[in-house]
Design a protein around this ligand. Structure first.
Ligand code: KIV
Ligand code: ZN
Length: 516
């Protein structure tokens, strides 16, 4: 297949996606997502921003070691320290890419960088050459290209390609572009830059106006051959273009686009669920491709039509994107070896026998309550085991709640706080409210609850409820998650997880802070 017929899929769930407030991921979680993306045959995985923090650095290293088929990429501002960190983190990758960037719009150059356009070009060339001294595969991005002048873009991109960049990325950083305009920008750049044929042109669109996918597709129609996107459209502010929508739009309308991706589309739904469960960001039911209602036909007319001839109302097959693939995988009688082997297939390995034993004990508890265990249950269970390996200031020991029609709900909890067991009781508008109030009377966190959501992990009333709790304190936002067949217990676990995160994790550097 020629370069013109092929669309490169660059996933940035673990970098731009992680920039969503509260969506930070641990090293182990990134490895699991990396393995799922590899299984989906994503071409390039941006695993993080190596200079952001030691945690980000270690996560990129771990993904680079675990994932062998996809190219692994680290973001780096156009400065020595970032480029050196990126190169070091990627050392063990089978295929490594450094993605370096600098802002090119008048507003960013003047107010953020405080640099003249000539200096910006010089810095870009320096960074691309330095990145090329470490790896062959270098991508250069013009931050805020959506609001940059085309004359200046032509100048800096030509220089970056001459310096050795193989991919040129045109981000609509602030989600300001409109499809026709953005498509025209790509066409203009491809026509006007004399060495444009020496690089693949890429786009990276944000969704502030709800146009990220439309802008990316307009760019593809005008010659872009890489799209940067994220699972479930996760990403800074309103998010990035959703991978599943880009892939399925170009596939379903191959008649228009005439290009193919390398993606195994049956992995889309399982990967969407994995990312949702790890980040605690639920997928809205009407979300295209991966929402619970995306293939559900409610009206009688539609149902009748679909039964008579599927294509009357369906443009894609649910099974092609991985719906219906969730099968009962394990039960009460499954042994430790089967448990370990199924988790390995899901990309989860345990560092120690003790960690495996702990997860297996949780599995047995769950299997006592719920006869059929699905992959989604295993993923939630493993997320909890991994959550629990983070420093625990608080741990839920016991919970009892009571609610009845006409009575005020009440909950009593026992929480272990740094080794000391504390008991508290509270009333609330419902049993969940009462349980969370009781926990907070022990924690005295002073945090603001920004989001509380419950999702059924699988079908049936015996499903585990997966709860997300978002807390904010002093401008820091964290998402805690917890799963249980009892949603009051799941809620308490999620709240305690969020409290531990709020007290625990270290600050990270944001890549779009001025690094020059
Ligand atoms: O949105 C953006 O401009 C980015 C770049 C760093 C590629 O995320
Ligand atoms: Zn971005």
């Amino acid at each position: 297949m020629s370069q013109q017929d092929r669309l490169v899929i660059f996933d940035t769930t673990m970098r731009d996606g992680e920039q969503s407030p509260g969506a930070s991921m641990t090293k182990e979680e990134k490895v699991r997502i990396g393995k799922a993306l590899e299984k989906m045959r994503v071409d390039v995985i941006e695993a993080g921003f190596a200079a952001a923090s030691p945690g980000d650095f270690a996560a990129i290293q771990a993904v680079a070691e675990a994932v062998r088929e996809s190219t692994i990429c680290s973001l780096a501002r156009a400065v020595d320290r970032d480029l050196e960190h990126a190169a070091e983190a990627l050392k063990k990758a089978e295929r490594a890419r450094i993605h370096t960037f600098i802002a090119t719009s008048p507003i960013h150059m003047q107010y953020k960088l405080r640099m003249q356009p000539d200096q910006v070009v010089e810095q870009a060339v320096y960074a691309v050459k330095k990145a090329r001294s470490f790896v062959d595969d270098v991508e250069f991005s013009c931050e805020d290209a959506g609001r940059s002048e085309n004359d200046f873009l032509c100048r800096i991109i030509e220089a970056a390609i001459n310096a050795g960049a193989r991919t040129i990325n045109i981000p609509d950083t602030v989600g300001y572009a409109i499809p026709e305009e953005f498509g025209y920008k790509i066409k203009t750049l491809l026509q006007r830059i004399p060495n444009a044929d020496k690089a693949i042109f890429s786009v990276h669109c944000h969704n502030d106006l709800g146009l990220a996918v439309a802008n990316s597709l307009a760019a593809v129609a005008n010659g872009a051959r890489q799209v940067e996107c994220t699972i479930n459209g996760l990403g800074e502010r309103a998010g990035n273009a959703a991978l599943e929508e880009i892939v399925m739009a170009t596939r379903t309308r191959h008649d228009l686009f005439n290009i193919s991706t390398n993606i195994d589309t049956t992995q889309i739904v399982p990967t969407s669920r994995l990312v949702s469960s790890i980040t605690g960001f639920p997928v809205q039911p009407n979300k295209a491709i991966v929402g619970a209602n995306a293939f559900a036909h409610e009206s009688g007319i539609h149902q009748d039509g679909v039964l008579k001839h599927r294509e009357t109302y369906e443009i894609m097959k649910a099974e092609d994107v991985g719906w219906g693939a969730n099968k009962m995988v394990m039960g009460k009688h499954s042994g430790r070896a089967a448990f370990r082997s199924r988790l390995e297939e899901l990309g989860v390995t345990f560092d120690t026998d003790a960690a495996l034993n702990e997860a297996f004990a949780r599995f047995k508890d769950l299997a006592d309550k719920k006869h059929e265990i699905f992959d989604e249950d295993l993923q939630a269970l493993v997320s909890e085991t991994i959550n629990d390996s983070a420093p625990e200031t608080f741990r839920l020991v016991a919970l009892e709640s009571h609610s009845a029609i006409g009575e005020t709900p009440v909950a009593e909890v026992v929480v272990n706080h740094n080794g000391t067991e504390k008991r508290a009781k509270a009333q609330g508008s419902g049993p969940v409210d009462a349980a969370l109030k009781a926990i907070d009377s022990i924690a005295e966190s002073g945090a603001n609850l920004q989001l509380y959501s419950v999702n059924a992990i699988t079908q049936g009333t015996d499903s585990q409820g997966e709860v997300t709790v978002r807390l904010e304190k002093g401008g820091r936002i964290v998402n805690g998650s917890g799963a249980d067949t009892d949603i009051i217990v799941a809620s308490a676990k999620a709240y305690i997880h969020a409290l531990n995160l709020l007290l625990g994790s270290a600050e990270r550097q944001h890549p779009q802070n001025d690094g020059v």
